[in-house]
Every structure is written in structure tokens, then in C-alpha cells.
Design a protein around this ligand. Structure first.
Ligand SMILES: Cc1cc2nc3c(=O)[nH]c(=O)nc-3n(C[C@H](O)[C@H](O)[C@H](O)COP(=O)(O)OP(=O)(O)OC[C@H]3O[C@@H](n4cnc5c(N)ncnc54)[C@H](O)[C@@H]3O)c2cc1C
Ligand code: FES
Length: 606
């Protein structure tokens, strides 16, 4: 099952689940309500014996003379103690006295007498109310007189204002039944149509949910999630660093995913989704033969990685003893603390956060790597978000809630934005604020970035890492960097490292932002361009600025370099930015014939 299907299953499940609760709840309530109370049997007067039809009535033909409209049908019957003819036509019903042929108008006095004759109980009738074509009288085409009796069951009797017949007895229990019936059949306007599009749509969605749920169930059986942990066979899961150093062996229950097996031992692989197959961070490489990749593996990992045996740990079952390599695996067993020593608002929504770790960093902290920050539960007032005076208008435009929540601890990944060799061992992050607007829809602001934007000097932060395999190749090939948004972080660290260590190959950097105000480090990039003649900086604006045509960053790189490059195959390309930009750039590079092995990218999924 592809991750999008899993996600859709989850959210649709929530929606349909609510309707299922309504179906079950309303069905149960309708079953529990007493049918006699619904029908108001105790408030109905027993039917009186019909008297013999008198001999001295006028003939129907005579009675019809006074009729306004041509008749469709004619019935004889009784109105209280009077024999009457009821004449029905497409225009409604008319009543005529069978003794004198006179038309009888059903006024409030007569309606009250009719209602009283149909009622049994202690209730005192209120003045009849004339009701015409409302939801209340939806079942009756003609106007009605409504008579309330004010008894314990709130009995109401409806009398037709045309025929003078008693149409309905309704009680408080009936009204409850009516609400449950409406919820049950999802006809919120007419309360009678079982075939309405809403109920049909939910039915189809429910069927889709059941089928995809069955598919998920097969996956769960595969991971033996229904067999208690202690009954499953013991397997060995050996964890290695990418160089081949054996880090640890943990016992796993057969069928556990690698992600779960390690979590049982208190080891958390990098993850933004908690094992939900949607973040793509829990990547491991299987040593030996890797099984068939799943749709989730293919969705998150490049083809080259899949071929190398990389798989998502949350989707990789430990059926046999298994050996896996984890990039940054050595960091899995240690969690660190660091203190915030500096915060710089680089642009309104991109912020540098300098962390000083408690323990000195080592050679694993390379540009391109990321840390997993442990974001605690929090509930903070909106005012906990601080920003400098010059950004106050940008922030004032955000529709942020008054209270900011994170109801359960989560982990979020942030890349190093400066080489640790330059920062004196501090961990410099560049965090983008996720305001909660996506495709014009309002969502809660991001849990991790909100928290980061409340941090100030002296705060302490827990993290794991460093992780990841996004790194410089170590080869002096011409390099093309293309990025946007928070993708600036790892790309800047990589470029800075390469320039400062004296690399002399050409380095091009295309960076996309909305406009100059949203572009971080523009001055620094321009200064590097001056200082290092083999480095070129190409900011690209996606908004029309000062008459310039808005452009997308990959298109600019293509026009200005890639399509006319004499030896593109000899270059290596580094990409980092929003998913749409990454996808478009990778597609462009594929079209230009750049080999996958020459493209390195990090997908932040934001
Ligand atoms: C390897 C890696 C490195 C990264 N490096 C960086 C970095 O250097 N800098 C950086 O800024 N980020 C980086 N990220 C991204 C970062 O980890 C977070 O994903 C990002 O900060 C958003 O997390 P959040 O907790 O703020 O948002 P989340 O709470 O995860 O929400 C994500 C987005 O969804 C929206 N949302 C919330 N609820 C809903 C809903 N019900 N429906 C739809 N949308 C919703 C939020 O508003 C937000 O925009 C990196 C990610 C990865 C994988
Ligand atoms: S994909 Fe997120 S943990 Fe596996």
C-alpha cells in the first residue's frame, strides 16, 4: 500500500468513523425507545364505533355543485358527529356536509374539537396553531392545525386544515426518534430520503475503507502484529555503522519491524512520523539480500538506494536474523543535551539557533547531517513566540491561535547550517517556521518549529544524532547546488566547508525564495562570490519583483547553466528544498541525462 493510501485511509477513517458512531448510536437509541411511546398510544382516544350512514343525505352530485374545482375522488365519512363528503382534487381537499351539501371550513375551533376527540389524557389543549409547509409538517402537503396538549409527553395532535382529519399524534419520544432517524439516514433536510447522495457517498467511502483496511490487515499479519510478542520466535538484529563497524546486536521477536525491534530496546531510529511509513527517515541498508521493496520504500527512497538494499525500517520485518546498516548508527544509543547560546532571526520565518552541546562534537557532525530534536509536550500562549521588531508586521499577518499546543512529545529533524569546524563546535540550525497554512487551508502551526521559535538563550534542548547520509562526495568535481526554503541549511554548510577547506572546483548555487526579504544569507553569499572566484551565487525570486519575471529555481538553473553545460555528466548535483521543487528538479536532471548516482538530495517533506 502506498503511503498516500495509508494516509487517506487514516483521515477518511476518522471521518467515516464519526458517521459510523452516529449510525450505531442512533440505531441503538431507536432500538431502545419504546414503540408505544413513540406512537403516543396512551394519548390516543380509542376509536369510536362508526354510526350508520343517515338516509336523508344529499346525493354526492348535489354536494359537488358547491365545489370550486373539478373532483378527482370523493369519499364519504364523518367529521366529529357530522356525515361529510371529502372531495379531493389536485388543488387540495374540500369538505361538504352530507346532509345539506354546504362546504365546511376547518377553522381553529373545529380543529380544536377534532383534536380533543382524538386525545386521551390530562393535558389541556392550547390554542390551535396554523402551520403551512415547514419541516415539522413535511409529510403533509396541505396546511395543518397544530394542537399542543402540554402533558408529560408533550403530546401534539395535527389536524388537516383542509380535510379536518387527524393526521398525526406526536410525543416527546417521537421527537427524539425523529432526530435519531435523521442522523441515521443522513437526510438533514427532509428526514425521509434514504437514497440521498450523502448516505450513498459515505457508503462508498466506507466500502473503500473496508477494502484498504483489509489490505492493511494483510500487512499487519505479515508483521505478525496479532501474535503476542512473547510467543514469537527470537531473532537477532545486528546493527552496523555504514563502514561495517558492528555496533550492537539486539534480540527481536520474529515479525517485528526493525523500527519496532529497536524501539523495544529503547533505541529510536530517526523518524518524524513515529513509524508511520510517511517521513522516509528511518532508512536502513540490509546487509546481504534485501527482500522485495514495498510501495512505501519506493515512494521515499531513490531507485539507486533501493537497488543498494536500502529499506524503511518501519516496513522491514525481522523474519530471519538480520543485519542492517544505519547512517549515523553510532548516535542511536546516545541522547545529548545542548544549551541555546544564540538565536538570530535571519529572515521573518527563518531563524538560526546556535546550540552548545554538553559533550564536544566529533567527526560525525558533517555538513548535510541532521539532528533529531526532542520536542516536549507544551501548552504556551501565543506571546511565547518572540520575534524582532522589524518582523512584527510579517508575524501580525499570521492567523495564529491564542494557545499553542503539542499534546505528545515528538521528534523533528534539523540539519546543520554551518560546519562545526567554523562554528567552534556549536551546532547551528536554520529553522523555518511552519505557520499552518497549506494550499490556502488553515491547520495548526507546526509542533516542532513553533517550539523552536519560543526558545531563547539559556534554554536546554535534548537531541539525538547526528544522522543522515546527505554529504559531500569528497571528490573535486564541479558542483551544482539547487535549493529553496530551509534547504539553505545543509547546502550552505556543504558549500562553506568546501570553500574553507580549499576545494578549487567550480561551485554554483541557485537558491529560490519569494523575494529578497525572504532570502537568508544573501550578503554572505555575495561576499563568498567576491572572495572565491570559482563560486557563483544565483538567487531566484518566485514573486515578480521590480518588474523582473518570477521564476522557479530549477528553471533558472536550467536556462543559465544546465542545458548548455559542456560536461554535465562530469558534475555532481546537491538538492534540498520543498518536495515540489525537489521533484521538479530531479525530473529535469533525469531529462538532461544526469545519472542518479551524481545527484544527492535531502527531502525535508516541508
Ligand atoms: C532530514 C531532514 C532535515 C530537516 N532539516 C530541516 C532544517 O534544517 N530546517 C527546517 O526548518 N526544517 C528541517 N526539516 C523539517 C523539520 O524536520 C520539520 O518537518 C519541520 O520543521 C516541520 O515540523 P513541525 O513540527 O513544525 O510541523 P508539523 O507539526 O510536523 O506539521 C507539518 C506541517 O503540517 C501542517 N499541519 C499541521 N496539522 C495539519 C493537518 N491536520 N493537516 C495538514 N497539515 C497540517 C503544519 O502547519 C506544518 O506546516 C528537516 C526534515 C528532514 C526530514
Ligand atoms: S517512514 Fe517515518 S519512521 Fe519509517
Amino acid at each position: 500500500m502506498t503511503p498516500w493510501m495509508r494516509r487517506l485511509h487514516k483521515w477518511l477513517g476518522l471521518l467515516i468513523g464519526l458517521q459510523f458512531v452516529l449510525w450505531l448510536g442512533s440505531g441503538l437509541m431507536m432500538g431502545l425507545l419504546d414503540p408505544d411511546r413513540i406512537a403516543g398510544s396512551a394519548q390516543r382516544a380509542p376509536a369510536a364505533a362508526t354510526p350508520a350512514w343517515p338516509a336523508n343525505t344529499v346525493s354526492p352530485t348535489e354536494a359537488l355543485r358547491a365545489a370550486e374545482h373539478p373532483a378527482a375522488t370523493l369519499d364519504s365519512g364523518w367529521l366529529l358527529d357530522r356525515p361529510v363528503y371529502r372531495r379531493q382534487s389536485p388543488r387540495g381537499t374540500e369538505v361538504f356536509g352530507a346532509l345539506d351539501g354546504q362546504r365546511i371550513a376547518i377553522d381553529d375551533v373545529l380543529a380544536l374539537r377534532v383534536a380533543q376527540s382524538a386525545y386521551r389524557g390530562e393535558g389541556v389543549p392550547a390554542r390551535p396553531l396554523y402551520v403551512e409547509k415547514t419541516l415539522e409538517t413535511r409529510a403533509h402537503p396541505d396546511p395543518v392545525w397544530r394542537v399542543d396538549f402540554g402533558d408529560a409527553q408533550d403530546t401534539t395532535i395535527y389536524v388537516s386544515a383542509h380535510s379536518g382529519q387527524v393526521l398525526e399524534h406526536r410525543t416527546a419520544t417521537w421527537r427524539w426518534f425523529d432526530i435519531f432517524w435523521m442522523l441515521h439516514i443522513m437526510d438533514y433536510t427532509g428526514r425521509k430520503d434514504f437514497n440521498n447522495p450523502l448516505v450513498v457517498g459515505v457508503g462508498i467511502a466506507g466500502l473503500w475503507l473496508a477494502l484498504t483496511g483489509f489490505w492493511l490487515l494483510v500487512g499487519s499479519f505479515h508483521l505478525q502484529e496479532f501474535i503476542p510478542h512473547r510467543w514469537r520466535r527470537r531473532r537477532q538484529l545486528m546493527v552496523f555503522a555504514p563502514g561495517g563497524t558492528h555496533l550492537r546486536t539486539v534480540a527481536a521477536a520474529s515479525g517485528d519491524s526493525v523500527y519496532v525491534a529497536l524501539a523495544r530496546e529503547g533505541v529510536n531510529l530517526p523518524s518524524n512520523c513515529g513509524g508511520g511509513q510517511s517521513c522516509g527517515l528511518c532508512e536502513v541498508r540490509v546487509r546481504g539480500t534485501a527482500g522485495k521493496p514495498s510501495a512505501a520504500d519506493r515512494a521515499h527512497l531513490s531507485e539507486a538506494k533501493v537497488k543498494l538494499g536500502c529499506r524503511l525500517a518501519c516496513n522491514l520485518a525481522v523474519d530471519e536474523d538480520l543485519e542492517v546498516e544505519v547512517a549515523g548508527g553510532a548516535s542511536l544509543w546516545s541522547e545529548q543535551w545542548a544549551e541555546v547560546v544564540k538565536v538570530v532571526a535571519v529572515t521573518p520565518f527563518l531563524r538560526e539557533i546556535h546550540l552548545r552541546p554538553e559533550h564536544a562534537v566529533d567527526g560525525q557532525y558533517q555538513p548535510g547531517c541532521y539532528l533529531q530534536l526532542h520536542v516536549p509536550e507544551y501548552q504556551l500562549p501565543r506571546t511565547a513566540l518572540w520575534y524582532p521588531h522589524e518582523h512584527r508586521e510579517d508575524w501580525a499577518a499570521l492567523p495564529l491561535p491564542a494557545t499553542l499546543h503539542n499534546k505528545a512529545a515528538v521528534r523533528r529533524s534539523y540539519s546543520l547550517a554551518t560546519p562545526v569546524t567554523t562554528s567552534g563546535g556549536d551546532l547551528v540550525l536554520l529553522a523555518r517556521f511552519s505557520p499552518g497554512w497549506q494550499q490556502s487551508k488553515r491547520h495548526p502551526p507546526g509542533k516542532g518549529s513553533t517550539w523552536l521559535y519560543t526558545l531563547g538563550e539559556g534554554d536546554r534542548v535534548r537531541y539525538s544524532g547526528p544522522f543522515g547520509d546527505f554529504a559531500l562526495s569528497g571528490v573535486a568535481r564541479e558542483k551544482v547546488f539547487i535549493g529553496a526554503g530551509a534547504g539553505m541549511a545543509p547546502l550552505r554548510a556543504m558549500i562553506q566547508q568546501r570553500l574553507e577547506e580549499g576545494g578549487s572546483e567550480r561551485i554554483h548555487y541557485w537558491y529560490g525564495a519569494r523575494n529578497a526579504r525572504d532570502c537568508p544569507y544573501a550578503e554572505q553569499m555575495a561576499a563568498w562570490q567576491q572572495r572565491y572566484p570559482h563560486f557563483s551565487w544565483h538567487p531566484v525570486w518566485s514573486e515578480a519583483v521590480a518588474g523582473a519575471v518570477p521564476r522557479r529555481v530549477h528553471e533558472a538553473a536550467d536556462e543559465e547553466l544546465l542545458r548548455n553545460h559542456p560536461d554535465l555528466a562530469g558534475c555532481e548535483v546537491y538538492l534540498c528544498g520543498p518536495p515540489a521543487m525537489l521533484a521538479a528538479t530531479r525530473q529535469l536532471l533525469r531529462g538532461l541525462g544526469v545519472d542518479e548516482s551524481r545527484i544527492a538530495y535531502d527531502d525535508f517533506k516541508i
